[in-house]
Design a protein around this ligand. Structure first.
Ligand code: ADP
Ligand code: F6P
Length: 490
């Protein structure tokens, strides 16, 4: 491993605008390449200081690993540590290709442009998006670095699948370097309405960046429609059905491919005897309440936590939910903690939960059990098992996999899912108890209804939800996208 890292200075204007000289394909290149902000491996160091890499838990890598192994694949991504260069290495049958970032780039490309400009803008501007020219410059430079690295490892005519909002310029940059490649792009977060997208000072470059792909995938049909409308009205491109015509005659197609989970493996995990024991111990620990409500989120302002906790606070304070018989467990994974809005949210939630518990708790038992922590998959499955009502109420969400994980893990047919109509998942999980997360009274009514609905109604809904999640898996998602990508062309 090389630890010192001195990146060559790059002029961002030039990186974005200059014509690029195409590169030759390496003779031993990979025929399938994934390009994502993060690598699918985590580094661990044992007691002797020996470093090793473990595949990160997560649906995307699980789904793509077999495809990568079959095809001599490579994954290009950031390894998570600033100012450090790590050499490419082989891991579990595929190539891991780390892309280095300086500490300044982490601040400007990742925390800045990706997570304080694009993230809020694409999520209905639920927090104010900040526009800074230096952040954009860093975004361009880093996207270029990812594109170059992908161009160096992809074999002749390879398929390259670029992931998510951090890398929207890569398809166009990569096409300029390697016109022989088949390029797909998938956006994991919402694609905003045209009126919002147009606020972006660099809207033209971002749109052209995406149009470099042969196929652009979105979580919902609405996202794809927003993108096509933008291409027609604002880039003055001809759009026929789901295809945008490019000046060189190439077509760039846009369609929805709702992402999912490996439902069977979640189900198996939840039925593991150790997990069942864990879930019983957890119930005991929280005092064996009659009803358990559960929220599981990254600590993100798009997840609707302030509104959700306020709704529970009012239900406990008014006695509509009995604090001696009911517990609301909320776990929140720490996330993007150096970004100001996330810090503010953390403090707000601490305060809100503390205030509610101090008003409504009996001695020794809090109605809201809040943990700001990340848990292992077994513990997550144990929590999903004991939740009578799962509460997923984002203000806006690309998909929301937690909703699907609950359905896969909770095989008691009397579970209930309360779901925001503004989560991508709402388009598929139609039998959930739907809420508008901005309507606190409406949300309170629906939480009560979900908890008190007849067993027959809950069973009917849960059966339909399970059928959906078990037939639309992450493998099917990857397969659908790659099959469609293979069929694209002039
Ligand atoms: P997002 O991609 O915005 O984080 P999703 O709901 O689609 O939202 O995915 C979140 C993922 O993070 C899920 O796989 C979920 O199991 C996991 N997760 C969420 N909260 C926790 C937690 N406290 N501990 C461990 N994993 C968590
Ligand atoms: O859902 C969007 C997303 O970027 C995921 O790809 C990622 O797993 C999650 O949010 C966490 O983001 P970060 O990589 O910034 O920690």
């Amino acid at each position: 491993m090389t630890t010192e890292f001195n990146p060559a200075p790059t002029d961002p204007e030039a990186a974005a605008e200059e014509p690029t000289t195409p590169m030759d394909a390496p003779s031993d290149g990979a025929s399938f390449v994934v390009v994502a902000n993060r690598l699918p491996v985590d580094r661990t160091t044992d007691d002797e200081g020996e470093v090793s890499w473990r595949t990160s838990p997560g649906g995307l890598v699980t789904a793509l690993e077999p495809v990568m192994r079959r095809n001599g694949g490579a994954w290009v991504g950031w390894h998570g540590a600033p100012d450090e260069k790590v050499e490419a290495f082989e891991h579990d049958g595929f190539q891991v290709v780390p892309v280095p970032l300086t500490a300044d780039e982490v601040e400007e490309y990742y925390e800045g442009f990706s997570n304080a400009t694009l993230w809020p803008l694409y999520h209905d501007a639920v927090a104010f998006p900040e526009f800074h020219r230096e952040w954009w410059d860093a975004y361009v430079v880093v996207n270029k670095r990812f594109a170059e690295r992908a161009a160096e490892v992809a074999g002749e005519g390879a398929t390259v699948w670029v992931q998510d909002y951090q890398l929207q310029l890569v398809p166009q940059m990569l096409r300029a370097l390697r016109p022989d490649l088949k390029i797909g792009f998938f956006l994991h977060i919402p694609f905003p309405p045209v009126e919002l997208f147009l606020q972006l000072p660099w809207r033209r470059q971002v749109l052209e960046g995406l149009l470099g792909a042969d196929l652009v995938g979105f979580q919902t049909a609405g996202g794809a429609a927003n993108f096509l409308r933008l291409s027609r009205n604002n880039a003055e491109r001809k759009v026929k059905g789901d295809a945008v015509e490019m000046p060189d005659g190439r077509l760039s197609r846009a369609r929805a491919f709702p992402i999912s989970i490996d439902a069977q493996s979640f189900n198996d995990m939840a039925n593991d005897p150790e997990v069942i024991k864990q879930s019983e111990a957890l119930l005991e620990e929280i005092g064996n309440p009659e009803i358990v409500f559960l929220g599981v989120d990254r600590l993100d302002y798009t997840k609707g936590l302030r509104q959700r906790i306020r709704a529970f606070g009012e239900l406990f304070e008014s006695g509509q939910l009995d604090p001696s018989k009911t517990v609301f467990i909320q776990v929140a994974t720490p996330s993007r903690e150096r970004v100001e809005e996330y810090r503010k949210l953390r403090d707000d939630i601490d305060l809100l939960v503390g205030r509610i518990n101090s008003h409504t708790a009996d001695l020794g038992r809090d109605p809201i059990v809040y943990r700001h922590a990340s848990f292992g998959r077994d513990m997550m499955a144990a929590m999903y098992r004991i939740a009578d009502v799962m509460v997923v109420t984002p203000l806006r969400d690309g998909m929301n996999l937690v909703a699907k994980e609950y359905i896969a893990c909770h095989d008691d047919p009397e579970g209930a899912l309360v779901l925001s109509e503004f989560a991508g998942a709402a388009h598929e999980l139609k039998q959930a108890y739907m809420v508008n997360p901005y309507d606190i009274n409406g949300m309170k009514d629906t939480l009560l209804k979900a908890a008190a609905d007849s067993p027959a109604n809950r069973r009917r809904r849960m059966r339909a939800l399970r059928k959906q999640v078990f037939t639309h898996t992450i493998d099917k998602w990857a397969d659908d996208f790659l099959t469609e990508l293979r069929g694209t062309g002039h």
